[in-house]
Design a binder for this molecule. Structure first.
Ligand code: MG
Length: 222
């Protein structure tokens, strides 16, 4: 019985995610679902991306948090339209929440939508939002074994971003073993090593994002 309920929830979510995707495609918007544990640097990556792409892309942000508007306030300060979703205990975003958030954004004035999921390494993997790409962010202090311990998050990722690479000499993190572990569960994922703090490696991330934006724009002939 419990399995049936879960399947119903998941299939309802899938249907809503497909609707979101249609709406995003109709408006030529590239949507990126950014997932990680709390503190890995999702907001920092979003703020760095805004800083580098502002003026070159029309960006909007959806912030998912259990509570507070701390991250949304930072995005708003950067002059970017932002919608805060408080899940009030929920450990992940769901497609119906994104659908509501999309209705309060000016879609015709957006071509890149960055969605910050709730900080969690388990639940976000199970819920499609209608996004085009999933980005899994991991930071060095979390340890290089996470692809083994939380494989679903890494299996589904289009891009794995390894943040806080500037801490490499301070923490025991085997970067080569991490690459191997990611490749072991997901041969297709691109891996970028970055530091939001020092700016190291951000060009690669931005270049990937620009390529994806160009593809969406070409499709939508915006
Ligand atoms: Mg955050």
């Amino acid at each position: 019985m419990e399995i049936k309920v879960l399947q119903d929830i998941l299939s309802a979510n899938e249907a809503l995610a497909r609707n979101n995707r249609k709406l995003l495609d109709a408006n030529g918007i590239l949507a990126i679902n950014i997932m990680s544990s709390p503190g890995a640097g999702k907001t920092s990556l979003i703020l760095k991306t805004i800083n580098k792409l502002k003026g070159k892309a029309q960006i909007a942000v959806i912030e998912g948090d259990v509570a507070s508007t701390i991250d949304a306030d930072k995005v708003q300060k950067a002059g970017i339209p932002v919608v805060q979703i408080n899940t009030e205990g929920g450990c992940h975003l769901e497609a119906n929440m994104i659908s509501k958030a999309l209705s309060s954004l000016s879609l015709k004035d957006t071509d890149l939508l960055l969605i910050e999921n709730v900080g969690n390494l388990i639940c976000p993997a199970g819920f499609a939002l209608g996004e085009h790409k999933k980005v899994m962010l991991l930071s060095l202090p979390e340890g290089d074994d996470k692809p083994h311990k939380y494989p679903a998050m890494f299996t589904q990722a289009d891009v794995v971003v390894l943040n806080k690479i500037d801490l490499r000499s301070l923490v025991d993190f085997d970067v080569a073993a991490f690459h191997q572990a990611v490749t072991g569960v997901n041969i297709k994922a691109k891996i970028f090593e970055i530091s939001c703090k020092s700016g190291e490696g951000l060009e690669e991330w931005l270049s990937w994002l620009n390529d994806e934006l160009a593809l969406i724009r070409a499709k939508a002939r915006k």
